[in-house]
Design a protein around this ligand. Sequence first.
Ligand code: PGA
Length: 239
Amino acid sequence: MLIAGNWKMFKTPSEAASFCRALRESIGDVGNVDVAVCPPYVALANAIAELAGSEISVYAQNVHWAENGAFTGEISTGMLAELGAAGSIVGHSERRQYFGETDETVAKRAKATIDAGMKVIACVGELESERDANETEAVLARQLAPIVSEIGVHERLVIAYEPVWAIGTGKTASPAQAEDAHAFIRSIIDVPILYGGSVKPDNAGELMSQPNVNGALVGGASLDVDSFVSLCAAAAVVA
Ligand code: PGA
């Protein structure tokens, strides 16, 4: 089971360093749970330095597919690898909604990261209007198609199912809704599948005990050390 904290645009480099120092001290034995943090680019080096030699890995929140080039504002897999990042999230719904990310660019980013020997957490998920229109499965199938054709099942590929209506809203998918979506995703691509969307220490246990839920991508509740540690501990009970 993987619990990954997506910090989004929170924490400066020095805040990241103190968070990671505290996390390392307080995480304790989380058994079968792999723990990761995903700081903003400028805080990656500090997070990696503070967590060096620990079991906690560090991922970026996005990565470009080209090795280098005229892509202002983008970061390559080679740059992340040199820092010591384990991999990257790609295709977060905020990237899709606000920064023009498409199913195809998400798959290109994912493929380049896998090809660079790194790990990928590729995010998919439907809007509330799509769920209401019974389009959830069609949307998931469409988002997954280029990932399946570019990469397919791979040991370094993880999918995160994040219903957009549940992100940062406190409206978590019910365990049954999550399980249904995860089972559908697994019928398309059989890799570990994380749930994301308002995962908190008090709902993590039930969500993580669904048979097709293999971990969580956590936003808000990953920003506070105590809350992130309790969430990891709750996952460890059912892992
Ligand atoms: P949230 O965010 O836990 O704050 O809902 C999850 C995510 O966007 O990855």
